[in-house]
Write a protein that binds this ligand. Structure first.
Ligand SMILES: [Zn+2]
Ligand SMILES: [Zn+2]
Length: 124
C-alpha cells in the first residue's frame, strides 16, 4: 500500500513543519498532527499522514478492531461448532465460549488495579 520509495520530500534538506488538524477516519474527531510529529514522520520517511486520533491509535495498539485470526473448530466438550481466536494445537481440546466459561477460574494472579503495582506498559 504505502510505497516508501516514492517519498516525495526525499532529498529536501530542511522543511518547516506547522501543526495541522486532521480528521480521524475512525471516530471523525479532529486531531492535531503536530510539527514535531510531522518531523518524526519526515524523519522516518512515512509518506502518509496519520489517520487516527490518539485515542483510536491507542485502542488499535491494544488490539482493537484489528482482524484476529478466527479458526473454525468443534468444541471438545459439547461438540458445538465454534470459532477460536487462535490456531488450535492438534490433539489439544478446544472449548466453545460457554464451555470455557464453565471452567473453574484460571489460577492467574488477580490484578488489583487500585492497590496493586502498575501494570507494565506493553511495547508499542
Ligand atoms: Zn479517533
Ligand atoms: Zn462447548
Amino acid at each position: 500500500m504505502a510505497d516508501f520509495n516514492e517519498f516525495p520530500f526525499f532529498g529536501i534538506p530542511a522543511m518547516e513543519f506547522v501543526d495541522k488538524t486532521l480528521k480521524c477516519i475512525d471516530c471523525g474527531a479532529d486531531f492535531v498532527f503536530t510539527a514535531g510529529e510531522q518531523l518524526f514522520f519526515f524523519d522516518k520517511q512515512f509518506k502518509n499522514d496519520p489517520k487516527h486520533c490518539k485515542q483510536c491509535k491507542a485502542k488499535r495498539a491494544r488490539g482493537g478492531p484489528r482482524v484476529r485470526p478466527e479458526t473454525r473448530t468443534t468444541c471438545s466438550a459439547c461438540g458445538a461448532e465454534t470459532t477460536v481466536p487462535f490456531k488450535p494445537t492438534q490433539g489439544r481440546p478446544v472449548l466453545c465460549r460457554s464451555c470455557f466459561q464453565k471452567l473453574p477460574a484460571p489460577t492467574q494472579p488477580v490484578r488489583d488495579d487500585k492497590s496493586g503495582p502498575q501494570p507494565v506498559p506493553e511495547p508499542n
